[in-house]
Design a protein around this ligand. Structure first.
Ligand SMILES: NC(=O)C1=CN([C@@H]2O[C@H](COP(=O)(O)OP(=O)(O)OC[C@H]3O[C@@H](n4cnc5c(N)ncnc54)[C@H](OP(=O)(O)O)[C@@H]3O)[C@@H](O)[C@H]2O)C=CC1
Ligand SMILES: O=C(O)[C@@H]1CCC=N1
Length: 277
């Protein structure tokens, strides 16, 4: 498959993670253009990855066959409308990573039916340890499907969905998911220090424990429940901790949190529909 030029519209946190994954995979940085209004972020991307950087979306988009929309959902209507003329002549493959924003909304804001892939990656993409959920609209050809898949596979495995509505659930589980683990890490760190460990000791113990447990989840044939049971000696220390988590409603809390994230995705979509078109 030839390397098609790629434009990132938005050079923030997630774009940086994806660009890092693509460069680590061996993609030529000269094939990547990034539009980012903040001069500091632009310069950091140029310095760290040697990609082309531009101040305006138009300047980056006109170079590329694939547009990766990596701006916040709230600015997406304006970005699409600004790019509408170029989109209708260039007819790029559009890949949007914005939470909540639907392919129908993007089509409406661009004002023309374009091949659109919605992608929901996560920040471990930077280390090529991410995971991406994807959905393609009816305009996407087989070849473009493969192009989008190859692009996001630089970030880690991909999972394609038939039902676009499930993208909000993917966002709630894996898009936002790294933050849940970081929150757990923060809480374990504070608890370890409260029990007398130094900050440095707690930090290395927490990070390596989460890393090792994640590797076991990924590499073992056993379920999370089975792996948990292997740690939990009857009447032992783990049992004391797990009983405390269960008594505090840990599972219900996680369910409510993921539900809140999914609902927020739908709200982000609805909020943009309230704007004048
Ligand atoms: N962060 C994450 O873990 C994930 C994020 N996403 C999605 O990715 C998208 C970006 O999120 P994230 O990277 O966290 O957000 P950031 O705010 O870090 O990045 C967005 C960037 O886009 C810039 N921007 C704003 N307007 C324009 C424009 N017209 N042209 C070009 N760039 C523009 C912003 O600049 P300025 O700040 O000056 O406005 C900002 O630097 C969101 O839609 C989010 O839902 C998806 C998966 C995971
Ligand atoms: O918090 C957000 O809205 C974005 C989407 C998934 C991760 N970050």
């Amino acid at each position: 498959m030839p390397t098609l030029s790629l434009a990132f519209i938005g050079g923030g946190n997630m774009a940086r993670s994806l660009i890092g994954g693509l460069i680590a995979q061996g993609r030529d940085p000269a094939s990547i253009h990034v539009a980012e209004p903040m001069a500091e972020l632009r310069e950091a991307l140029r310095r760290d990855f040697a990609v082309h950087v531009h101040e305006s979306a138009e300047a980056a988009a006109k170079h590329a066959a694939i547009w990766m929309l990596a701006v916040k959902p709230q600015v997406m209507p304006e970005v699409c409308r600004d790019l509408a003329t170029t989109a209708s002549t260039r007819r790029p493959l559009v890949v949007s990573i914005a939470a909540g924003i639907t392919s129908a909304q993007l089509t409406r804001w661009f004002g023309t039916a374009l091949p659109i892939v919605r992608a929901m990656p996560n920040t471990p993409a930077l280390l090529r340890a991410g995971i991406t959920g994807l959905y393609a609209n009816a305009e996407v050809t087989k070849e473009q499907h493969a192009q989008a898949d190859a692009l996001l596979r630089a970030a880690g495995p991909t999972i394609w969905l038939e039902d676009e509505a499930l993208m909000d659930a993917v966002t709630a589980v894996s898009g936002s998911g790294p933050a849940y683990l970081f929150l757990l890490a923060e809480a374990m760190q504070a608890a370890g220090e409260a029990e007398g460990l130094s900050a440095g000791q707690a930090s290395v113990l927490v990070a390596q424990t989460l890393f090792g447990a994640a590797r076991m989840l990924d590499e073992s044939r056993e379920t999370a429940a089975e792996l948990r049971q292997r740690v939990t000696s009857p009447k032992g220390t783990t049992e004391a901790a797990i009983n405390t988590f269960e008594a505090g409603g840990f599972r219900a809390l996680v369910k409510d949190a993921i539900h809140a994230a999914r609902i927020r995705g739908a709200e982000l979509s609805a909020a943009n529909d309230e704007e004048p078109t």
